[in-house]
Design a protein around this ligand. Structure first.
Ligand code: GTP
Ligand code: MG
Length: 207
């Protein structure tokens, strides 16, 4: 399909507290994860050109459940709650992490997890740790540097370089990565093109 023909039909299906409650695994799915407020829900809305699809907020911790959106009646985009949100109790966080990693490690039809990184920041230890957990789980992933409308080109290049250097301490090769902005729609074609490309096979898998 030609990229400019990406006219997505999107509809909310279900919010699930745990893996067990998620929809049947008969369609490929692509999930979005990253620290609270990094722009996961906004990116899903931008990809779908549907500003009312996923709930967004300037206050971190908005998305609390595993949210499935059915696209073109043939695949799912999944909005996940953010990690690293300080204002939840230790117990809630432990419970939440257990559910999240259970989903990420066991969801059979999960083709790729997009890990969103705030392009304005130097490498953050919780992002690096999160990615190494994905490696342990052997979950295929790619990286998206978000909010690039808020950075200068130099700042973006410096932060991406620092991040990839940090990753190369742990990984022999780098995953695919993308730049996005939900305000300018930067990255839409590339990310949707990538999803199309991998829709028959997993992408980046830990060795
Ligand atoms: P949680 O659900 O709380 O984990 O957050 P989230 O990662 O889903 O973030 P969300 O999409 O709700 O966006 C958080 C804030 O960042 C909102 O105020 C958005 O308007 C803003 N935002 C998201 N993406 C972009 C972007 O690309 N550019 C700019 N300038 N702002 C953005
Ligand atoms: Mg959200």
């Amino acid at each position: 399909m030609k990229i400019e023909n990406y006219n997505l039909n999107s509809q909310f299906v279900k919010s699930s507290p745990t893996l067990k409650e998620c929809p049947a695994t008969d369609l490929p799915e692509y999930a979005f994860i990253g620290r609270s407020n990094v722009g996961k829900s906004s990116l899903i809305n931008m990809l779908c050109m549907n500003s009312k699809l996923a709930k967004t907020s300037s206050t971190p911790g908005k998305t609390r459940l595993i949210n499935h959106y059915l696209i073109n009646e043939s695949w799912y985009l999944v909005d996940l709650p953010g990690y690293g949100y300080a204002k939840v109790s230790k117990y809630m966080r432990r419970d939440f992490e257990k559910n999240l990693f259970n989903y990420l490690g066991k969801r059979e039809n999960l083709y790729c997890v997009f890990v969103l990184i705030d392009s304005r920041l130097s490498p953050q230890s919780n992002d690096i740790e999160f990615i190494s957990r994905l490696g342990e789980l052997q979950t295929p992933f790619a990286i998206i540097f978000t909010k690039t409308d808020k950075t200068t080109r130099k700042q973006l290049n410096d932060n991406v370089k620092a991040f990839t250097n940090e990753m190369l301490k742990m990984w022999e090769e780098l995953p695919s990565f993308f730049y996005s902005s939900s305000t300018t729609k930067r990255g839409r074609e590339e990310i949707l093109g990538f999803i199309t490309e991998i829709s028959t096979k997993p992408v980046f898998q830990a060795q």
